[in-house]
Design a protein around this ligand. Sequence first.
Ligand SMILES: [Zn+2]
Length: 170
Amino acid sequence: MEGIPILEGKYPVTMDIWPIEIKEFNRIYPFYENLKAGRFTTTKCKKCGHVAYPPRVICPECYSDELEYIDLPLTGKVITFVEQARGVPLGFEAPLVHAWIDLGEKSPVKRLLTRIIKCPAGTLKEGDTVRFTVFPVPAHLLDVKREVKSIERVFFGFEQVNRPDVAPKP
Ligand SMILES: [Zn+2]
């Protein structure tokens, strides 16, 4: 899968909705490499200990660039959410669901905003447990010595642990 399917290969760069994740373009590329390994990570400052989310290249507290990647929990609980049924942006499927989730008191990042994917309309509830998941997104095309190379990419979201559409019937 390359580019945004609905555009049939046209405007692959100007209409690209996903980050360019490779080392040559992106200074938080370890975040994406960790995603490919199934890890959900962010940056912690080695100088002052501040944990930032999303990951940074410079600590927002002390401006040090000595940061390390630390793991975040892979499950959370939905605090509140919004479900968009119509008019979702190009490249996304309806319903488009965004939630504030609670990663727990022990997590270095307590709460964050995330997409909930594979979520049938009207099924998500406050308090539901959701789990981290990584999925492939359209590859990024890159010109390398007059050759167009395809760079694989992934992105992440959370999904319901007990999805109603796959739950066993009582
Ligand atoms: Zn710092």
